[in-house]
Design a binder for this molecule. Structure first.
Ligand code: FES
Ligand code: FE2
Length: 391
């Protein structure tokens, strides 16, 4: 069942710019193309493999050659538009499946087998910068020089880094980035199943402030503890979360960085990199537990299908159980707001302080871009600004 978008009442929109779009050439698209974006898990791109990738309403080809470097080129061959990911990866080059034209890592065509000598040197395919860190491959899609890489510092302390399998989420990326600023939802959305019970003992008072790298958000609780969560511009949250589902507390509370990468304006992907504090002799038992969990996950219902059943009323929300229950719950609620949440029909309260601040920042930046002004120069967050548990 599709979720029907709500109709806005006839009143003046709160913003003159579209905060949700990332289409090329729009203020939102220009804003978002200032940053690195997570586009694939490292393990999902073995050497010799080429994959199609759609990011911010545009298509690309991602491949990994013999050197191990991930490379990004245009979706289609400049000859007659064949899809490049159907072709062959040869050393660090890629050859088109249609007529065998071959491109090197700079995008230069180096072979056009049926053409005259010297023809290839006048042909090239567009290339885009890539970087790889935290178990993820990132791409940069802007016209300017990319910012520092990696886009944020690695979580402190010893441990292992694991990138979780990505999820496809059928709504605009901003809904999920905003949800990451909404600590109150945890006590309700994740009440069934009890995965976040420790964070639900009392409701936090939310406050937030703009920083050179994004937004720092505080969740003050009656216990006197304050949970600090980092929201790196424009779509990454770094936070400390309860022990992973099915792990019985092994590895404790991991630090996770959650990337909400726009696919188009109505879909995005979740890429999560977790830093888990297991070391030495504890690492093998951790992976044993993890493998048991992966087996359970493989046998479980498909998340999107389950979400559709929840939306259709076939499965009561409160009864749902799944190896990644919190993920099912979050997708059902956030994508259930509609493909693109209608801000004009909302009623924000004090618990939405983080969301309201980020929207003001986004509106300011997009209006500056729309007016031809100079947007904020965002910085990489310093190593010593860290999230805290606060529960
Ligand atoms: S379309 Fe790629 S070689 Fe012809
Ligand atoms: Fe959630």
């Amino acid at each position: 069942m599709a979720v029907t978008d709500r109709i806005a009442p006839a009143r003046k929109p709160r913003s003159s710019v579209d905060l949700a779009t990332t289409k090329p050439g729009t203020p939102g698209g220009i804003f978002m193309r200032q940053f690195w974006h997570a586009i694939c898990r490292s393990v999902d791109l073995p050497k010799g493999r080429a994959l199609p990738v759609r990011v911010m309403n545009e298509d690309y080809t991602l491949f990994r050659g013999e050197s191990g470097r991930a490379q990004l080129v245009a979706q289609r061959c400049p000859h007659r538009g064949a899809l490049m990911h159907l072709g062959w990866v040869e050393n660090d080059d890629i050859r088109c499946v249609y007529h065998g034209w071959k491109y090197d890592c700079s995008g230069q065509c180096i072979e056009a087998p049926a053409e005259k000598e010297g023809f290839a040197k006048n042909v090239s395919i567009a290339t885009f910068p890539t970087g790889e860190a935290f178990g993820l491959i990132y791409g940069f899609f802007g016209p300017d020089e990319p910012p520092a890489f990696p886009p944020y510092p690695e979580a402190d302390g010893e441990g292992i880094i694991e990138a979780w399998a990505p999820s496809d989420v059928p709504c605009n990326y901003l809904q999920s980035f905003e949800n990451s600023m909404d600590e109150v939802h945890v006590a309700f959305t994740h009440a069934p199943g009890g995965s976040h019970a420790k964070l639900s003992v009392d409701l936090p008072i939310i406050s937030a402030e703009e920083t050179p790298w994004g937004l720092m958000r505080y969740g003050n609780r009656a216990t006197g503890l304050t949970r600090h969560t980092l929201h790196y511009a424009p779509n990454i949250v770094r936070t400390i979360v309860p022990p992973q589902a099915g792990m019985d507390g092994v590895g404790g509370w991991p630090t996770i960085t959650f990337h909400f990468t726009p696919v188009d304006d109505e879909n995005h992907k979740w890429f999560v990199s977790a830093k888990v504090a297991v070391t030495g002799a504890d690492i093998e038992p951790y992976w044993t537990k993890r493998r048991e969990f992966f087996a359970k996950l493989a046998a479980a219902p498909d998340i999107q299908g389950l979400v559709e059943d929840i939306w259709a009323g076939k499965v009561p929300y409160a009864d749902v159980r799944h190896p990644v229950l919190a993920r099912v719950q979050d997708i059902a609620v956030q994508a259930g707001q509609g493909r693109i949440e209608n801000h004009a029909t909302e009623t924000l309260g004090r618990s939405d302080a983080g969301i309201a601040l980020w929207r003001r920042i986004l509106q300011r930046e997009l209006e500056t871009i729309a007016a031809g002004g100079t947007p904020k120069k965002w910085q990489r967050a310093p190593d010593d600004v860290l999230p805290t548990v606060g529960a």
